[in-house]
Design a protein. Structure first.
Length: 326
């Protein structure tokens, strides 16, 4: 009699779990048919936890090719953000990327006591997938002890999914993510200044809202600032195709300069700099000017040199301005 009761309990428990599994399968399969606007926050969340087998679209930085019968829809979606939104939305939010570092960089040992950093990311009407993929790449490829916080500065976005849905989503991330809202459209520089003013980290790291950090990206930046707090450090800026979202490694043999029209340009690293480094390409390159979008700077030093010029209205001059201040 007792065995019969045990069997009934085991059978009932098994049936319960079967019903739960069936419910979950039906629920998530139905989500694929949901209206895009209503379920936009759910689908990227699912993609973020799927695609870890490095075989999904865009994994290891591979190109995503859209079938011919969807090319017209792809072109329409391209107009929204001026990149292939259809391809981006097919890629996991935490997609894998190749480690393209030189062998010498992979074996570098950095001090244990590095300064921590606040990562400031400004966005305006950014696509959900590119914005969250930026955030996930920072979280997944940075030592958490070095991440004081991630600050997302919304420069008066109008898209609904960037409001309450985004706030609810980032609450569940494993690193503190704050969202600051600009009351009106203010431009990149003033939005960055708002994020910098709210930051608590010893270092401020500015990133664009549609980039992906690779393995080992953060430690070298913070290590240079630990050596000299007046050093301002830029990573090598790789390329993500706006058409296929293919990840392509950038060159460590170029540095920033400018022409007589005060336009920022990339130039080959001169022989004198190669000689100074004695051929060791793992050492940092001294550069006359820097790209203004991605860099790390000591927070106190940023204030000492006057931060950005808050009156700068047009994108593109902040790189030279910051270089001259430094």
């Amino acid at each position: 009699m007792r065995r019969f009761v045990y069997c009934k309990v085991v059978l009932a428990t098994s049936l319960m779990w079967v019903l739960v599994d069936v419910f979950l399968l039906l629920y998530f399969s139905e989500c694929n048919k949901c209206d895009d606007k209503k379920e936009r926050s759910l689908l990227p969340a699912l993609r973020a936890v799927i695609s870890r087998n490095q075989e999904g679209p865009g994994e290891m930085g591979k190109a995503v090719l859209i079938p011919k019968d969807e090319q017209e829809k792809m072109k329409e979606l391209f107009k929204i953000n001026q990149f292939n939104l259809m391809a981006s939305d097919l890629i996991a939010l935490n997609r894998s990327l190749p480690d393209v570092r030189l062998d010498g960089c992979k074996t570098k040992v950095y001090p244990d006591e590095l300064p921590n950093t606040s990562v400031v990311i400004v966005f305006h009407n950014e696509a959900w997938s590119t914005l969250l993929r930026t955030v996930y790449s920072v979280i997944n490829r940075s030592p958490h002890r070095l991440l004081a916080e991630i600050i997302l500065v919304d420069d008066a976005s109008e898209r609904e999914f960037l409001k309450a849905s985004l706030e609810n989503y980032v609450k569940n991330l494993e690193v503190s993510v704050k969202i600051i809202r600009m009351e009106q459209r203010s431009g990149l520089i003033r939005a960055r200044l708002r994020g910098a003013a709210a930051s608590k980290g010893q270092v401020i790291t500015f990133l664009d809202a549609h980039c992906e950090c690779t393995q080992g990206w953060l430690e070298p930046l913070l290590a240079r600032i630990k050596e000299d707090r007046k050093t301002v450090v830029c990573p090598i800026i790789d390329v993500i195709s706006d058409d296929t979202f293919e990840y392509m490694a950038g060159s460590d043999m170029t540095y920033g300069g400018f022409n007589w029209k005060l336009n920022f340009r990339w130039y080959p690293v001169p022989q004198r700099e190669m000689d100074r480094r004695k051929g060791d390409r793992t050492l940092p390159v001294r550069t006359p000017t820097m790209a203004g979008g991605l860099f790390s700077i000591d927070r106190n030093y940023f204030e000492e040199i006057g931060t950005y010029d808050a009156g700068m209205d047009i994108w593109g001059g902040e790189n030279l301005e910051m270089s001259f201040r430094v």
